[in-house]
Design a protein. Sequence first.
Length: 315
Amino acid sequence: MPEVKKIATREAYGETLVELGKKADNLVVLDADLAAATKTDTFRKAFPERHFDCGIAEANMIGIAAGLASTGKIPFVSSFAMFAAGRAYEQVRNSVGYPHLNVKIGATHAGISVGEDGASHQCIEDLALMRVIPGMTVINPSDAVEAAEAVRAAFALDGPVYLRFGRLAVPVINDREDYHFELGKGVLLKDGKDLTILATGLCVAEAIDAADMLSKQGIDARVINIHTIKPLDEEQVIKAAMETGNIVTVEEHSIVGGLGGAVAELLSEKCPTKLLRIGVEDVFGESGPAAELIAKYGLDAKGICKKIQAWKQAV
């Protein structure tokens, strides 16, 4: 079997910014002393006059981006998710969200897959924080191919966008001719009749493998990639709930307020359905190798499969 190609979504972020920068001279990039880590140094090398290092002052960086957006620029601001969504939350809310400015937030190193940096840097709350801001589009791509498409879509959209990227290299699963990215539209990866797995981010590849494991146990699982957390693809989620009767959400995020929360809100109002939320279960992360943490928190294929099997037996 050929080796699966793995690329970090943050790599695609940096490369796509350069691609877009060649076409649009009003695109500018701001960073908070982390250009090498967020991969915006690729843009800095190509367009040094349009890259601004704001230092370790993320809140100030958001304010600068808001000012630039008000003059017609399209700023992409970048830092670790813990700082872009956490430390600068008030500025994102009041300086970008409230006036609905055309600022794009490229948040890298999200989730527990940051690894050894530990709980202080492992942002597992960012999707919840960004989702609650009125008018904010929230995207969590599953691989490098989708990350590039997400950046292009964010650039084309007039309004604030939160883009979530990871540190860890993840399998490339969307490098096929029929792949199509559309904001707010989930991607059906595998059909099934017994339950539906709605996965986002790096958990999508793991969900595909988990579905294969479940099939050997006689469980036919549908798998849908939910790359846009907000706006959620309500039509496809409800369709899956009606057709399979059981919904499972999987995310490298707290089970509170992220994809699981969004789906629970939708189903409780429009299509009450049995629901299992798989994610970080209301605890902080910890320091350790990324792959080992993903397995410990039950977000790898084996963990997902095990949790679904136990749930199916219980319900």
